[in-house]
Design a binder for this molecule. Structure first.
Ligand code: 0X9
Ligand code: ZN
Length: 312
């Protein structure tokens, strides 16, 4: 198991994924999906109690670490791995679903926040075709192919919300796209973990309009938030749920949760995990809170999974 009293380097997270795959080959399979722009492996786990060719169960997909500085995100995904494989207290969730768990979508950016710049957000790619300067990096959560580059973006490559030269210009977002596409017919629930703000957000985030499944999205969001709040602490803010653009007061196009929903995932959410302070320090949640956040978030995931399974 990984420690949850400190933030882990990318190498430790990758070693943990490999360790799980090697130690529990009957339930967990490591996929080395691609190498990042700088050549780091982008690894995820497929967790299934039947064989990996059996395509009969609904799938739950959870990713983290698309935004590099949001350090509380990857541990919520590795903790889900722990609870499904090493410390199984809810075997029904393991038996009923196949799980795809990708703790760090953006390993280059994540590494950079440890070595160079704590509040780096984007990937680390350099795009020769960019006319707007020589700044590295694309905002992964603007790079998906849904109303690409229309709202909440900047055409300046130096901006933190630069969407890239085109949709899926980044190998990191293509990994998420391919997971969604490969499992499309079976994905009951997609969660993408961010920070911060204690929010559960659903489509459409590009413009604040409501999807055909808005009631379903809202009901399951309430279920998850309520489950989390029951596990929460007095010094933590209550969760807020709602349409991404309306809750955040900004539309943002090309986001993962909108993309997944647009291609057919019925229940698709962005979690904004707790930050406990404002400004940039919200990304710097003290390590003393990791344990609490991963535990309560797991309870939210379990509530969402059960409800998604019933509705699927
Ligand atoms: O702006 C984002 O990408 C997310 N917030 S963050 O502070 N983690 O960067 C919110 C994304 C909300 N979803 C959509 N706009 N679809
Ligand atoms: Zn984010």
């Amino acid at each position: 198991n990984l420690p949850y009293d400190s933030y882990q380097q990318i190498e430790a997270i990758n070693n943990y994924i490999d360790y799980i795959g090697a130690t529990y080959p009957n339930v967990a399979k490591v996929v080395n999906a691609a190498n990042s722009f700088e050549g780091r492996p982008i690894k995820y786990l497929k967790i299934s109690t039947t064989n990996f060719e059996d395509l009969s169960k609904p799938v739950i997909v959870i990713d983290g670490g698309i935004h590099a500085r949001e350090w509380i995100s990857p541990p919520t995904v590795t903790y889900a791995i722990n609870k499904l494989v090493e410390d199984v207290t809810e075997p029904d969730l393991l038996n009923r679903f196949d799980w795809i768990l990708l703790p760090v979508v953006n390993p280059d950016g994540y590494k950079f926040t440890f070595t160079n710049s704590r509040f780096w957000r984007k990937t680390r790619s350099t795009d020769q075709s960019s006319l707007s300067g020589f700044c590295p990096g694309v905002d992964g959560n603007r790079n998906f192919d849904f109303h690409f580059g229309t709202t909440g973006t900047s055409s300046s490559a130096c901006s933190d919300i630069y969407p890239g030269s085109k949709a899926f210009s980044e190998v990191e977002t293509r990994v998420v796209r391919d997971i969604i596409q490969e499992n499309l017919a079976r994905i009951a629930l997609y969660l993408t973990m961010h920070s911060f703000g204690s929010m559960i957000l659903y489509p459409w985030g590009h413009n604040g309009s409501f999807s055909h499944n808005a009631f379903g999205l809202h009901v399951v969001a309430v279920e998850m938030a309520n489950a989390i709040d029951k596990e929460s602490l007095p010094n933590f803010p209550r969760y807020i749920v709602g349409n991404s653009a309306l809750v955040l007061n900004y539309g943002a196009s090309g986001a993962a949760e909108d993309y997944a929903h647009s291609v057919g995932v019925p229940l698709s959410y962005t979690y904004e995990l707790p930050g406990l302070s404002g400004g940039m320090q919200g990304f710097n949640l003290s390590p003393v809170h990791i344990q609490q956040v991963v535990r309560e978030t797991w309870v939210g995931i379990t509530a969402g999974a059960r409800r998604a399974g019933d509705l699927f």
